[in-house]
Ligand binder design. Structure first.
Ligand code: PLP
Length: 381
C-alpha cells in the first residue's frame, strides 16, 4: 500500500502560474514591482469587492506590521490581540515596541471573544491607556463575530486590524473576509489557501492608505531625484515573479475553496458516528468558511486513553500529518508576561483540538487512508 506522507496543507498549482512567471522572465520584470504585481492587486480588488484597495507585499507578517504602522501604533502603545492565533499576528506588536494584551476566544467561532474584549478595553482604559488597535483573526477560515467585535471597537473608537491570512474566500453575510477591518491582511504563504510561494497583501478602504502602505513598503522614499527619507522605511514589496504565481492561483481560488469545503464535508461524514469528536463548523448560514483547515475537538477519555494526542500519534504512525490548534499566545514563552483577559476557552480548545489534512489537492485514495486510520483508532474505544 502506498504510504506516502499526507500533508496538512500543501501548495496546489492550477496550471497557468508558469505562464505569468515565464512572462516576467521574457520581459525582464524580475524585480519587486512589475505587471504581475499590479495585475495581482487588481485581481484581488475585483475578487474582494467592497471597493477594497490591495497592496501586494512580501508576506502576511509584513502586512500586519505595516497595518500597525498605518494605524499609528508606536512604542509604549497597547494593542489588543486574539490569543489563539499564529505568532505572526502578534510579533509585529513587539516590532513596534508596543505592548500586546491578549484576549480569549469564544466557543462558536474560536475567535476573539467580544465579552472578554469589552472587559479588556474598559479595564485598560481605567488603567490609563486606551488601546491603539484590535487584532482580530478568522482562524482556519471561519469568520470571527464580525458585528459584535465591530460594536466594541466602535463604542470605544478603536480601529480593527483584520488578520484574514487564513480566510481568503471566506465571507460573512456575503461580504468577503479581508474587507471588514480598518486594515485587512492576507497571506499567500506555501500552506495557505492560495500561495505565491511566500507573500501577502494589505487591504485598505481607501486608495490613499494603499499608497501610503506601498510608500512604507518601498523604503519611504520622498519625491526627490536622490534618495531622501523623512520616515522609517521597509523593504516589504512583493516580487513580480511571486506575483506571477499569485495571478495563476487567483484563477483557481474559487475552485480550491470548494475543494477545501468538500474536505470539511468529508470529515463531517468520517466522524458522524464518533461521539467523542466534534467537527469545527460555522455557527449559522451568515458565515461562509473557506475551511482552510478542518479542525476537530476530541473529548478526552481517561478510561479508553482516547484524546487529541493519542489520535495525532495514531495518524502519524500511518504517515498522516495532523497538528494541535495554534497554541495561545499568552501561553507562549515570548508572550506569557503580557496581560490576558478571558476564561480559558482558548486553553481548552488548544488541549483538545486537532487540525486535519485539508489540502485542495488530496486524492480519493488519500481520503480513504485517512478514513481507515480514524476508524482503526476509534475501533479501540
Ligand atoms: C500565515 C499567517 C500569518 C502570516 O502570514 P505569512 O505570509 O506567513 O507571513 C498571520 N496570521 C495568521 C493567522 C496566519 O495564519
Amino acid at each position: 500500500m502506498n504510504n506516502s506522507k499526507i500533508w496538512l496543507s500543501s501548495p496546489h498549482m492550477g496550471g497557468t502560474e508558469r505562464n505569468y512567471v515565464q512572462d516576467a522572465f521574457d520581459t525582464n520584470w524580475v524585480a519587486p514591482l512589475g505587471p504581475n504585481v499590479t495585475g495581482l492587486e487588481q485581481d484581488l480588488e475585483d475578487y474582494l469587492g467592497h471597493e477594497a484597495h490591495v497592496g501586494a507585499l512580501s508576506s502576511g507578517t509584513a502586512a500586519i506590521h505595516l497595518g500597525l504602522v498605518l494605524l499609528g501604533v508606536q512604542a509604549g502603545d497597547t494593542v489588543l490581540c486574539q490569543s489563539m492565533t499564529f505568532s505572526a499576528s502578534a510579533n509585529p506588536i513587539l516590532y513596534q515596541g508596543a505592548t500586546p494584551v491578549f484576549i480569549d476566544s469564544e466557543e462558536d467561532t474560536w475567535n476573539l471573544c467580544p465579552v472578554a474584549l469589552e472587559k479588556a478595553v474598559t479595564s485598560e482604559i481605567e488603567k490609563g491607556k486606551k488601546p491603539k488597535a484590535i487584532i482580530a483573526v478568522h482562524l482556519y477560515g471561519v469568520p470571527y463575530k464580525i458585528e459584535a467585535v465591530r460594536a466594541v471597537a466602535n463604542t470605544h473608537g478603536i480601529p480593527i486590524l483584520e488578520d484574514s491570512a487564513e480566510a481568503l474566500g471566506s465571507s460573512f453575510k456575503g461580504q468577503k473576509c479581508g474587507t471588514f477591518g480598518d486594515i485587512g491582511v492576507l497571506s499567500f504563504n506555501g500552506n495557505k489557501i492560495i500561495t505565491t510561494s511566500g507573500g501577502g497583501a494589505i487591504v485598505t478602504p481607501t486608495a490613499a492608505l494603499k499608497e501610503k502602505a506601498i510608500f512604507f513598503a518601498t523604503q519611504s522614499r520622498d519625491a526627490a531625484p536622490h534618495y531622501q527619507h523623512s520616515e522609517i522605511g521597509y523593504n516589504y514589496r512583493m516580487s513580480n515573479i511571486c506575483a506571477g504565481i499569485g495571478r495563476g492561483q487567483m484563477q483557481v481560488l474559487n475552485a480550491h475553496v470548494q475543494l477545501r469545503r468538500d474536505m470539511h464535508d468529508f470529515y463531517v461524514d468520517v466522524f458522524k458516528d464518533i461521539a467523542a469528536v466534534t467537527v469545527f463548523t460555522v455557527p449559522d448560514a451568515d458565515y461562509f468558511a473557506n475551511y482552510w483547515l478542518t479542525a476537530i475537538l476530541v473529548a478526552p477519555n481517561e478510561a479508553t486513553g482516547i484524546d487529541r494526542e493519542a489520535l495525532r500519534l495514531a495518524l502519524d504512525q500511518t504517515n498522516i500529518e495532523s497538528r494541535p490548534l495554534w497554541k495561545p499566545m499568552h501561553l507562549q514563552p515570548i508572550f506569557e508576561r503580557y496581560p490576558y483577559y478571558g476564561t480559558n476557552v482558548a486553553e481548552t480548545l488548544f488541549d483538545n483540538g486537532l487540525c486535519l489534512p485539508s489540502g485542495s489537492n488530496l486524492t480519493d485514495s488519500e481520503r480513504e487512508r485517512i478514513r481507515e486510520a480514524v476508524q482503526d483508532f476509534f475501533a479501540k474505544e
